[in-house]
Design a protein around this ligand. Structure first.
Ligand code: BMA
Length: 332
């Protein structure tokens, strides 16, 4: 059916779908892959991003320390499953041409990492008199450069597209507020230079009837390019009488004009079910920030934060996601 446009990744971490399992996304059977205390100072490690790197894997991890300060750390893995995370947070230097004030630090969380052309771009929720989208890059996960914030406060979940669209860099984001934000729609923006952002477009918002995505929706991992359009995994939030519940679902965006939603799912594809997703610092949260993909097989490995405490891994394929979305469609 649909084909992923991109590189083969024969060493993608992978397990086949368990026999008799009828849902579109299945868990790694040794989850969570990253415990809350993998590094000596961490209270929790979750909502993190991984990429293929030099034949192995690298990533940027959200580690809240035992003072519960939110920061991002680089990490490395031979197999994408067993990770070594640096014990000190990433230190950014100003990117060439950027004023040193760009590296002023309040807090950093929920990183995404995206290879575009010649480097790995990192976006994260950056404290700047309120949350906004921090932007940086690295070539080697050793030296990190920080650029201008992509927007004024308040915004979260800045997620880059892995290639330029209409000649410009492109980003999805979710405008927000100073607190836990009881609303949230997904927007699209373009930039010629990763500094000045504009051409803002509305992508989609919450649903009036699909409960899991009725309170807010926000972009998750880097969108996956397919021959049918951009496959977007996004998080959706329900307000229950016991607080927010975070699940994720899928939509398909137009290839040339990604603010146009071609299809969207009515059912979530993944949500909190296991004990490490249901219980933790914030119960009932599954929050995806990255995928690895293998263009040869259509395999997709998802990395997600569980209960704002640990990191899990789950598996699916492009066909599993598209056929589930089409079996249970949401109007667009
Ligand atoms: C969101 C973000 C995420 C977090 C989620 C659930 O607003 O802060 O980092 O995982 O809430 O607490």
């Amino acid at each position: 059916m649909a084909k992923i446009i991109g590189n083969a990744l024969p060493n993608i971490p992978w397990q086949d779908k368990p026999q008799g399992y009828d849902k579109p996304v299945w868990r790694y059977d040794h989850n969570p892959i990253i415990p809350r205390d993998l590094i000596p100072t961490s209270n929790s490690i979750f909502n993190s991003a991984v990429v293929p790197f030099e034949g192995k894997f690298a990533g940027v991890f959200r580690c809240d320390n035992r003072s519960v300060e939110m920061d991002i750390f680089a990490g490395f893995s031979d197999d994408g499953i067993n990770w070594k995370i640096n014990h000190e947070p990433i230190e950014f230097q100003p990117a060439p041409g950027c004023d040193p004030c760009v590296t002023r630090k309040e807090y950093r969380y929920d990183p995404r990492v995206c290879w575009i052309e010649d480097r790995y771009y990192i976006t994260w929720c950056n404290g700047f008199h309120g949350p906004t989208i921090g932007v940086g890059y690295t070539y080697d996960f050793k030296t990190f450069y920080q650029m201008e914030n992509a927007s004024l406060p308040y915004n979260r979940n800045g997620v880059m597209f892995p290639k330029k669209i209409n000649g410009n860099f492109a980003m999805l984001s979710r405008p927000s507020d100073t607190g836990h934000t009881p609303f949230g729609d997904i927007f699209y923006s373009e930039s010629p230079d990763m500094t000045y952002w504009g051409k803002h477009r509305y992508v989609f918002g919450t649903s009036s009837h699909s409960g899991w995505q009725s309170k807010k929706v926000g972009p998750g991992p880097i969108p996956i390019e397919t021959d049918e359009g951009w496959l977007m995994i996004y998080h959706g939030v329900l307000t229950s009488c016991n607080g927010f519940v975070y699940r994720f679902g899928v939509a398909l965006l137009d290839h040339e004009k990604p603010w146009i939603v071609k299809e969207r799912g009515n059912f979530y594809v993944f949500g909190p079910e296991e004990s490490y997703e249901l219980t933790g610092d914030v119960p009932n949260v599954t929050f995806p920030c990255a995928t690895l993909t293998d263009a040869d097989t259509g395999r997709i490995t998802i990395y997600y934060g569980a209960a704002d405490t640990v990191t899990g891994m789950a598996f699916t394929t492009v066909d599993e996601l598209l056929s589930y979305m089409r079996k249970y469609p949401h109007e667009v």
